[in-house]
Design a protein around this ligand. Structure first.
Ligand SMILES: [Fe+2]
Length: 390
């Protein structure tokens, strides 16, 4: 058995209605809080009011920082930090999907550490302890509530680049994981965030940095997501299926906090910044092609993976099992009404080569990936994902 280390400093409260604990939990960490949230949905659904009431009841002074965009920019983080400092906030609450939670983490860092934020991109560069963070996810996908990652857009670069701040100090202190908050998500967001969770689980499972404990969590997340994501898509109000999907996303988030992600995520970033694809859509079009590349020559976990996906492997050759696994992944993407490739020729060879060169500089993703990869391999995978099979 392989040795492993496991670190998870976040206290998790999971269940219907746990969001009502936000006042009590925040009061334990400070007297004033900045609520960081997205464009409008928390206000529309009444969640913002519920959270505000709970904080008020616990005598926590609150300041609202609303309107965080997808893949938050440096400008947004600066504005949020200014507000947190002016109002002397002691706790930062991230309320919403991955973007508000990641913005909350970055604001927590920048409130106690000197600017610019770009100094902290990469791994373990934060010097002073950030303000404590409370995460309240309203989507089932990112896992940001339980990991030490913040994905942001580096708008100082032209064109802007998606970059990741990784630091153990930005694990949220508390995650309030309430499946009822995901009931109002539309089908498109459910699907795009759901495939992100699935991608986290699959990538973690196959990562060279996976370990017994992360494998156990990732495999359970894969098993639950293939079962419950299609159920949620059939009935968006199915609270049981929503609960298992959110739970699986949490498991996948814990798993990637230990193992990291592999090439699917590594190749996805430029598709988001340059082509404007959502993170989930970018993962969806890359999943089949990267999985086929990684598995086609066999993989020690191929049989166990196909079992997680509900596929039997009896009397099948490696090639047949790989085909079954890829078909299962493609079927899941179809069940979520997401594309398996873009079928567009708008992205030319030159841009694809540029994307691929950048991937080859991302040593962490290359090291994690179970099969070694050349520049040409990455180009071919991009061509298949963007152009479709010839
Ligand atoms: Fe992701």
């Amino acid at each position: 058995m392989r040795e492993f280390e496991f670190y998870l400093p976040t206290r998790v409260l999971f269940g219907k209605g746990v969001v009502e604990n936000i006042g009590k939990e925040t009061a334990k960490l400070g007297k004033s809080a900045l609520i960081v949230t997205g464009q409008a949905s928390a206000r529309k659904t009444g969640l913002l009011k519920r959270v505000g009431d709970s904080l008020k009841k616990s005598r926590v002074k609150t300041t609202l920082f609303e309107g965080v965009e997808a893949n938050p920019s440096l400008e947004t983080i600066k504005k949020g930090t200014k507000l947190a400092k002016e109002k002397e906030c002691e706790v930062i609450i991230g309320l919403g999907g991955g973007s508000p939670m990641d913005a909350a983490k970055a604001i927590a860092v920048l409130t106690t550490n000197p600017a610019p934020l770009t100094n902290y991109f990469g791994r373990n560069k934060v010097k002073e302890a950030p303000l404590p963070i409370i995460a309240v996810p309203t989507t089932a996908g990112t896992g940001s509530e339980i990991n030490p990652y913040a994905a942001l857009t580096n708008t100082d670069k032209a064109p802007p680049r998606k970059e990741i701040l990784i630091d153990l100090s930005i694990f949220p202190k508390v995650a309030l994981v309430d499946p009822e908050l995901t009931l109002s998500l539309p089908a498109s967001v459910t699907a795009e965030t759901g495939i992100d969770a699935f991608s986290h689980a699959l990538e973690s499972y196959l990562s060279n940095r996976s370990r017994p404990l992360s494998e156990a969590l990732a495999s359970e997340a894969i098993r639950l997501l293939v079962c419950y994501l299609p159920k949620v898509m059939k009935n968006l109000k199915d609270i049981n299926a929503r609960s298992y999907t959110l739970y699986a996303s949490l498991l996948a988030g814990i798993a990637i906090a230990q193992s990291g992600t592999i090439l699917v995520h590594g190749m996805s970033y430029r598709l988001t910044t340059d082509l404007g694809l959502s993170h989930g859509k970018a993962c969806a079009i890359l999943l089949p092609v990267v999985s086929e590349f990684n598995l086609s020559q066999g993989h020690p976990k191929l049989i166990s993976l196909s079992r997680c996906l509900g596929e039997s492997t009896e009397d099948l050759t490696t090639k047949e099992i790989v085909k079954k696994v890829i078909t299962r992944i493609e079927n899941l993407i179809t069940e979520l009404s997401l594309p398996q490739n873009l079928k567009t020729r708008k992205v030319g060879k030159e841009l694809i080569a540029e994307f691929a060169q950048e991937v080859m500089r991302n040593k962490a993703k290359l090291t994690n990936n179970p099969r070694s990869v050349t520049l040409n391999d990455v180009i071919e995978m991009y061509e298949k994902a963007l152009w479709g099979e010839e």
